[in-house]
Design a protein around this ligand. Structure first.
Ligand SMILES: [Fe+2]
Ligand SMILES: [Fe+2]
Length: 238
């Protein structure tokens, strides 16, 4: 459904460079988190898989960064900040997750859902950048890895949580959806807040400024005399 929007985003050289550099960041961040997961898991098989996974993600980070930099060198990038937000909302699904405190089943469910979403996106991007064979080749390579990540996380989840793996996946999906909703809601709230404050500035402030100016004219300037029948010296400033 969003294919025309993706096509529009990727058709612009500047946006393409920003997307690639942002992917580089997301992949590297994901790689670091998964590396941490490899350090803390008590399961030896998971440790090996996490380590391979982290190496893949860090490698993806390098691929995207290098391709972004190459395109950047090919044509100087000008200013502007349109569409440089996190391209895969939630990164690897770990952005709000403290990896060190998460049990493996929860982590695997989050990873599975995020990798599946990433694989879907990369499959679309791969088709969209058909005018740029080098970027397309990167997407093809990354997509192969993401499909492997998606599958191994599910297989391992069914191994370590045979009774409740479905629940875990649904919970991860719901949580990802909720975070996405919060992101959209925060964006709308920011626009709404800025609009209301701007409107208040131009609509409410002028009458008050006008009233203040008018009452200022009625005030005598300089010292104000006090009535003569006041015998006591004032006990306070007012
Ligand atoms: Fe990746
Ligand atoms: Fe991945």
């Amino acid at each position: 459904m969003l294919r025309p929007i993706h096509r529009w985003i990727w058709s612009d050289h500047e946006r393409r460079v920003r997307k690639l550099l942002a992917f580089g960041e997301v992949e590297t961040d994901g790689g670091r988190d998964i590396l941490r997961a490899a350090e803390v898991t008590p399961d030896p098989l998971l440790r090996r898989l996490y380590l391979e996974h982290a190496i893949d993600e860090l490698h993806h980070g390098v691929l995207f960064r290098e391709r972004g930099a190459a395109l950047l060198r090919a044509r100087a990038l000008q200013g502007g900040t349109l569409f440089n937000s996190t391209p895969l909302p939630g990164g690897h699904g770990l952005d709000d997750l403290c990896v060190a405190n998460e049990p493996d089943d929860r982590l695997l469910a989050f990873l599975h859902v995020a990798e599946k979403a990433a694989a879907g996106r990369f499959a679309i991007y791969k088709e969209i950048v058909d005018d740029d064979p080098s970027t397309r080749a990167i997407f093809e390579e990354v997509l192969r890895d993401e499909v492997f990540h998606m599958n191994y996380t599910y297989t391992q989840l069914t191994r370590i949580a045979p009774t409740h793996y479905r629940r875990r996946v649904w919970w991860a999906r719901a949580s990802r959806l909720w975070k996405r909703y919060l992101r959209v809601a925060a964006g709308i709230a920011a626009v709404f807040g800025a609009t209301v404050l701007t409107a208040m500035y131009f609509v409410l402030l002028p009458p008050f400024a006008w009233l203040a100016k008018r009452s200022e004219l009625r005030e005598p300037s300089g010292w104000a005399p006090i009535s003569g029948d006041r015998r006591h010296s004032p006990s306070s400033q007012y």
